[in-house]
Design a protein around this ligand. Structure first.
Ligand SMILES: [Fe+2]
Length: 244
């Protein structure tokens, strides 16, 4: 077995920073300095850092149907449906990657009471996002008026990591893959039904008299929306079980 590099992997750096910044012992909101530190780590990451080959064409491999390269990396170009690669989750944060085939859409959804950092690892995508203008009604279904933050913004890798907050930065968003692409997400804290942080999907109803605003109404998860899972293939993560 080859000698392992003593250098800490980037995903380990990301985990360690999240563990310090978002761990339960911390009071209050992460500071701007903390957010920038996490963005700097994410900005320095590429698909290989999380076990994904975003470039190779699967057709050049013997097993055309395989999602894996001969050395076990996930082949981003071979993904045929949105595929979630789970890296880590604890009570305080989660780290994972959504791989998209070209043309796939992740419908409009929210991130209640969360900070979310996202890094497009390869490819390009269209993003639309909103923020609530007021606290949305939650009965009988979640709905409210939201202000558009981004309308079909084109994201193209390599690009900087983005951040959204519970009330700003585009907390409700959708993605459509223009090419095969992958988005590395850090959610703090993660979704949780138990702690009133469910994932909710929305339909948008334009307000003709109010340009840039829409009524967002909760909808059931679209029937044709499926997310597959794939095992993480990146550098092994050392997790502090005392914290998580
Ligand atoms: Fe999201």
């Amino acid at each position: 077995m080859a000698m392992e590099s003593m250098e800490m992997s980037k995903v380990q750096q990301l985990y360690d920073a999240c563990n310090i910044i978002f761990s339960s012992g911390k009071e209050g909101f992460p500071t701007l300095r903390h957010i920038r530190l996490l963005q700097d780590i994410l900005d320095d990451m590429n698909p290989m850092d999380v076990g994904i080959d975003g470039l190779s064409d699967a057709r050049s491999l013997e097993e055309e149907s395989s999602l894996r390269s001969p050395d076990g990396l996930i082949l981003g170009q071979a993904v045929s449906q949105i595929t979630y690669v789970h890296v880590h989750e604890c009570d305080d944060f989660s780290i994972g990657i959504f791989c998209f085939p070209a043309g796939a859409t992740f419908p409009l959804h929210d991130h209640p009471h969360m900070v979310v950092l996202s890094k497009l690892l390869y490819g390009s995508a269209l993003m639309k996002s909103y923020d609530w203008t007021t606290t949305p009604n939650s009965y009988p279904r979640k709905s409210g008026i939201a202000k558009m933050v981004a309308e079909d913004r084109v994201l193209e890798a390599p690009c900087k990591a983005s951040v959204l907050f519970s009330r700003s930065g585009g907390n409700i968003h959708s993605f459509t893959a223009l090419t095969p692409c992958a988005i590395l997400d850090v959610l703090a804290p993660p979704y949780s039904e138990e702690f009133d942080r469910p994932s909710t999907y929305f339909a948008e109803i334009p307000i003709p008299s109010l340009s840039g605003y829409a009524v967002l109404e909760e909808i059931d998860l679209p029937d044709d929306f499926r997310v597959a899972g794939a095992a993480y293939a990146g550098p092994e993560l050392t997790v502090e079980s005392d914290y998580c």
